[in-house]
Design a protein around this ligand. Structure first.
Ligand SMILES: Nc1ncnc2c1ncn2[C@@H]1O[C@H](COP(=O)(O)OP(=O)(O)O)[C@@H](O)[C@H]1O
Ligand SMILES: [Mg+2]
Length: 504
């Protein structure tokens, strides 16, 4: 296979961060070359350079062996490069065709061209099995199809090199399968793809080659048949990582949390949780699976006292806690790892030590007669920093100085180090590196072992499947099914997450 693209020694410095450090990367015709790395490794920066959005500080770029210089995406498009960003850039109230016409300056006779564009989109859709209707409105089509509109947009502009930046992050498992099928179709017809992800299973499944980045540098390149998940994880993180959480079979006891026909409105006053009923028992992990935006956020907010419910009941340890504020719920045994760690989990300007007592600073030994006991707070901080392996120069720096993974560990340390009967963990590992994920998973399983009832909400199906004993699937504000993890499969769950009727 011929090399159609080569990046040599690409370096890009942002204030305080060397985002790309002498990166070499190449792409062959018709291959899927995965770029694998943790958050912050420098993947998007490299691709933005390749798409003409950033100028590198140094390094060279070759297209078909000829050196090129890119000053804007227009230059990149001109040499056949197309990029689908992490966040789509489509206009919801426009049709597919209108979205594709946007930004095409040559369309002076837009009215006349419209049918032509529509026909061309239909043709491309047919050719690559994209299954797009050129006349449908973007707001009416599912996320997976919107992504394909972004793909067809690049093809319409004659892309031969397609950059997909974390395309699977927003997809259900079935949509991921569809995307992979389309990627194979594209490469079989000569398109070359750079596929960015931090998911090990995905690269092993779809890539021809895998290049791993860590902290701005290329660590190495591997071929799927000659590597495996743990090897790739070690390359990503820079040390050995235990990927599978080991746990004993659950021994659930009494109900700790009972939720009965709960209804909750979202910010706009629309019913986001539409009557859900479930319970979580001591010593078990109940996972809530679902595509984001199906009421999980509102459900957790209502359970933790951050949002009023409009109907139904929440009972914690036999006590009716419906519509109580957070403090009495916490005092009745709740620990909460919130979805939005910076808004609900931490006061970033406060020192780490203070964030570690955010829920109980007013109780002995930390607060006595309304006086903060600094010695006790300091001791607590030193112990938790050590026990939970929080990487910080000292317990007294502002929490904002810590990396995302370490900020999350501050929350986990605080929430798991006090007496707790119910742990609600919402997206506990989102955006974290594999090493921190491993650590937090182990802590959650430990809590279960101590007889805590755990409610785990996650958009990562792999996380739910490896931790939860039972899985409740949420779709459009309802729990469509609750299943035993042992007795289900990823694809079965994926179908339910997408709203397919539960098989009787
Ligand atoms: N526009 C920017 N300004 C400053 N820093 C940035 C900018 N874009 C990215 N960075 C930093 O560069 C590093 C690499 O980021 P990025 O390329 O987005 O990583 P990845 O896509 O692998 O998650 C990170 O530390 C990030 O904070
Ligand atoms: Mg990125």
């Amino acid at each position: 296979m011929t090399t159609i693209l080569e990046l040599k020694g690409i370096t890009k410095q942002f204030p305080g961060v060397l985002a790309n450090d002498h990166v070499d990367f190449d792409l062959k015709k018709g291959e899927i070359h995965a770029l694998l790395g943790e958050n912050g490794a420098g993947k998007t920066t490299l691709m933005n350079i390749l798409y003409g959005l950033y100028k590198p500080d140094s390094g060279e770029l070759y297209r078909d062996g000829k050196e090129v210089s890119l000053n804007s995406p227009k230059d990149a498009i001109a040499i056949g490069i197309g990029m689908v960003h992490q966040h789509f850039m489509l206009i919801p109230v426009f049709t597919v065709t209108e979205n594709i016409m946007l930004g095409e300056e040559k369309l002076k006779n837009a009215v006349l061209d419209r049918n032509g564009v529509s026909a061309k989109v239909g043709e491309l859709s047919q050719k690559y099995g994209l299954e797009i209707d050129p006349e449908s409105f973007v707001e009416d089509i599912p996320v997976g199809v919107q992504q394909r509109v972004e793909i067809v947009k690049t093809l319409y502009r004659k892309a031969e090199i397609l950059i997909l930046d974390e395309p699977t992050a927003v997809l259900t498992p079935q949509e991921v399968e569809d995307l992979f099928r389309i990627m194979r179709e594209l490469t079989s017809q000569g398109v070359s793809i750079i596929f960015i992800t931090h998911k090990l299973k995905e690269v092993l499944k779809i890539a021809d080659r895998i290049t791993v980045m860590r902290a701005g540098k290329v660590v190495g390149t591997a071929i799927p048949s000659e590597t495996d998940e743990s090897h790739l994880a070690a390359m990503m993180v820079g040390r050995e990582v235990i990927l599978n959480v080991e746990k004993e079979p659950a021994q659930p006891k009494e109900d700790v949390l009972q939720v009965i026909d709960l209804k909750v409105n979202d910010l706009r006053g629309l019913e986001a949780v539409r009557g859900v009923t479930f319970s979580v028992r001591a010593g078990e992990i109940l996972g809530i699976a679902g595509v984001q935006g199906n009421g999980q956020t509102e459900l957790v907010e209502a359970l933790t006292g951050l949002r009023q419910s409009t109907g139904g009941k929440v009972v914690l340890q036999g006590k009716d806690m419906t519509n109580n504020p957070p403090r009495p719920i916490i005092e009745n045994g709740l620990s909460h790892i919130p979805e939005d760690r910076q808004r609900h989990g931490l006061v970033l300007a406060y020192p780490v030590a203070d964030n570690l007592v955010l829920c109980n600073y007013y109780l002995p030994p930390f607060g006595v007669n309304f006086v903060m006991q600094n010695k006790a707070i300091d001791e607590n901080a030193r112990k938790l920093v050590k026990d939970f392996d929080i990487r910080t120069p000292s317990p007294f720096v502002p929490t904002s100085n810590l990396s995302g993974g370490n900020q999350q560990k501050v929350i986990v340390a605080r929430e798991l180090s006090r007496p707790v009967q119910l742990l609600i963990a919402n997206q506990p590992t989102r955006g974290l590196d594999v090493g921190s994920i491993e650590y937090i998973h182990r802590q959650i399983v430990n809590m279960r072992g101590k007889g805590v009832a755990v409610l785990l909400v996650s958009a990562e199906l792999d996380e739910i499947m490896s931790l939860a004993d039972r899985i409740a699937v949420m779709y459009q504000g309802k729990i469509v099914d609750i299943v035993d993890t042992q007795k289900t499969t990823k694809s079965e769950l994926g179908l339910k997450m997408a709203g397919a009727q539960a098989q009787a």
